[in-house]
Design a protein around this ligand. Structure first.
Ligand code: ADP
Ligand code: MG
Length: 332
């Protein structure tokens, strides 16, 4: 085969933030938005990449070059390639467009080389993608995003346990919001963080955790307990309890971990005021998205309430996405 196409999803983390790199727990789902990579074998050694969403500059190429380099480190004979990337994900919005890009490219190249995409290879490619982002881009990600993008499954969230960073535990947990009459609503604040920025807040928090800062660790410890409780509640369809735990998570991220921002707090408060069961910032923070759980019958009121709060604050209208657990990376 000379041309292979693969699609990999973004993810939203239901609960468990800034825990992955601290040996803790998180509970992401893969989402229906994603990135597609079409790879074609070239006769020379060059790697050419285009993207319909290419940001200014060429820094984004490092994600792709990093994946190719890490696949070669595995001993794979990756030939020269033409790579065409398209995406339905917001870039830098906290829904992990970076992992989707890495995983789409890795999966397409694996397909081109004839490797079977079984569960072992999925884990290998998640690690290739994590190393590409950490070692080549310089964004110290913990591994949640890449595992969610490679291993996500419909009707399930993934309980990820990073106690062993070398080999994270992955336990699928039933997640059927529709069956319980609730909706998962992602709201993109439009505020963009800079994860790849080594001096950014994310890297600073990692250093503070490494140094043992008690307040940061109070968040990590309490968050791990909330993840366990939320996974059990979700499996039981007790979405009201999941919502309460999400709110507690937001408060901890805002006050103890200090990675929220005005727009994230405003979104959470407006969602709760409009009757949502729960809401929290999701992703690294300092902007990006919130995740809200609400009864189906209230979803319009919640959207409208958030939009009205933005208008009153003089902020540009946010973008909402209804999401449900989706399939991980696949050939398409
Ligand atoms: P997130 O993963 O939450 O979207 P990141 O800052 O981790 O945010 O990654 C965003 C960066 O990833 C973009 O600035 C860009 O460099 C790269 N990227 C992601 N998706 C694409 C794409 N489809 N085309 C080009 N670059 C992309
Ligand atoms: Mg990312």
């Amino acid at each position: 085969m000379t041309t292979v196409r693969a699609t990999a999803p973004g993810r939203v983390n239901l609960i468990g933030e800034h825990t992955d790199y601290n040996g803790g727990l998180c509970l992401p789902i893969a989402i229906p938005l994603g990135t597609t990579a079409t790879v074609t074998r070239r006769d020379d050694e060059a790697v050419h990449v285009t993207s319909d969403r290419a940001p200014e500059g060429s820094a984004w190429r490092q994600y792709v070059d990093g994946v190719v380099a890490e696949l070669r480190t595995l001993g794979w004979a990756v030939p020269g390639l033409d790579i065409e990337v398209t995406s339905t994900l917001p870039l830098g919005g906290g829904l992990s467009s970076s992992a989707a890009l890495e995983c789409a490219v890795a999966t397409a190249v694996a397909g081109l080389l004839g490797h079977e995409l079984d569960s072992h290879l999925r884990r290998v490619l998640a690690e290739v993608a994590r190393r590409a982002e950490t070692l080549h881009v310089g964004a110290p990600t913990g591994g949640m995003d890449q595992l969610a993008s490679m291993l996500g499954w419909p009707d399930h969230a993934l309980l990820l346990d990073f106690a062993d960073l070398e080999r994270p535990g992955v336990t699928p947990v039933p997640c059927r919001p529709g069956a319980a009459g609730v909706v998962l609503l992602v709201t993109d604040t439009g505020v963009r963080h800079r994860l790849a920025d080594g001096d950014g807040g994310y890297a600073q928090r990692r250093r503070e955790c490494e140094a043992g800062d008690p307040r940061r660790w109070r968040h990590v410890r309490s968050e791990n307990e909330r993840v366990r409780a939320a996974a059990a509640a979700m499996e039981a369809g007790a979405w009201g309890r999941v919502g309460e735990l999400m709110v507690a998570s937001h408060v901890s991220l805002r006050d103890d971990f200090e990675v929220s921002c005005r727009e994230l707090d405003l979104t959470v408060e407006a969602a709760l005021a409009a009757g949502a069961l729960g809401s929290r910032m999701t992703g690294g923070g300092f902007g990006g998205c919130t995740i809200t759980v609400t009864h189906e019958g209230r979803v319009d009121a919640v959207r409208d309430g958030i939009d009205a709060a933005y208008e009153a604050a003089g902020l540009p209208r946010p973008v909402h996405h209804e999401v449900a657990p989706a399939e991980g990376a696949r050939l398409t």
